[in-house]
Write a protein that binds this ligand. Sequence first.
Ligand code: UT7
Length: 332
Amino acid sequence: MKATRRAKITALGRYVPPKVVTNNDLSMFVDTNHEWIVERTGIQQRHMVERGTATSDLAARAVDDLLKQRGIEADEIELIIVATVTPDMFFPATACLVQNKIRANQAWGFDISAACSGFLYALTTGAQFIESGAHNKVVVVGADVMSSIINYEDRATCVLFGDGAGAVLLEPSDSDEVGILDYKHEIDGAGGQHLYMPGGGSLNPASRESVEKKMHYVHQEGQSVFKYAVRKMGEVSRGTLARNGLEGKDIDLFIAHQANLRIINATAEKLGLDDSKVVRNIHKYGNTTAATIPLAIGDAIEDGRLKKGSTVLFAAVGAGFTVGSVLVRWAY
Ligand code: UT7
């Protein structure tokens, strides 16, 4: 897919709330243990907000960090896209709340709901506005306060998720070889029944009954999601690479959605990736839904593995089902 002018990522910002909840902390009030969680998921701890802190607060902090990294002011932002499944409220959009918090006076924006693939969907959506020439500075945020929709009595889900936010800045690339090179996204609505939150929407509006039936929490059929994720993450990754004449060995870095270490490892194996090319940080943050990929980008920049010229493949599978992969040549 050849763009008229490419979008490139020129800065990254991150924020996780300071409170850390370890596996042992969770085992105090739900029947689980550190060994099971580490063996089955790779997660050792997650960050969690204090009551009263919302997704827009984390997102605004991540964008503040991004602006500092890039050395620009908020009123230079033209568009804000927020990927989240935990908006502060149904409306207004979290993008509006973020715009107000950071005082991005010239920006418009909107939210994208694609669960764990949300950041990649928002990234490619934002890129379209750069490629078309409509905008020169687009902020793409992945942010979730998963602790607001988790049932802490359900050991099968409560150990998995954490809170966090990450943001990138998209600007026009001056080279066709650098920036967002290609993407491949899919949805499969038949999979919606395996991972969803039934309450609070137009189908099951909030009521005493919806609360009693715990409908305002994440419901997941873990094994079905796991099997689909392992199959699809490999498939979509290979598809994007093949379309660009590449194989696993040709990429410098693989940054996947961090939902389960076993899913990441199985995909890496399918792609024939050298271990050093796989970014893993699920042990620190758990599954932060839309935030996992930008948080992992940050870690890869910090540890020196992601640098100017790196060819990097992002991949995600999430509720919907949603599936995404994006091929990028890193710009800075
Ligand atoms: O990002 C969104 C996409 N989500 C995902 O990608 C998640 C995909 N799914 C998974 O990661 C895994 O399916 C889980 C981590 C959720 C579960 O792992 P699993 O290996 O599939 O375990 P399981 O559900 O088959 O459960 C195995 C056993 C069960 O006990 P029995 O029936 O064998 O006695 C569970 O009750 O493990 C038990 N179990 C736990 N034990 C201790 C489930 N959760 C826990 C727990 N601590 N937290």
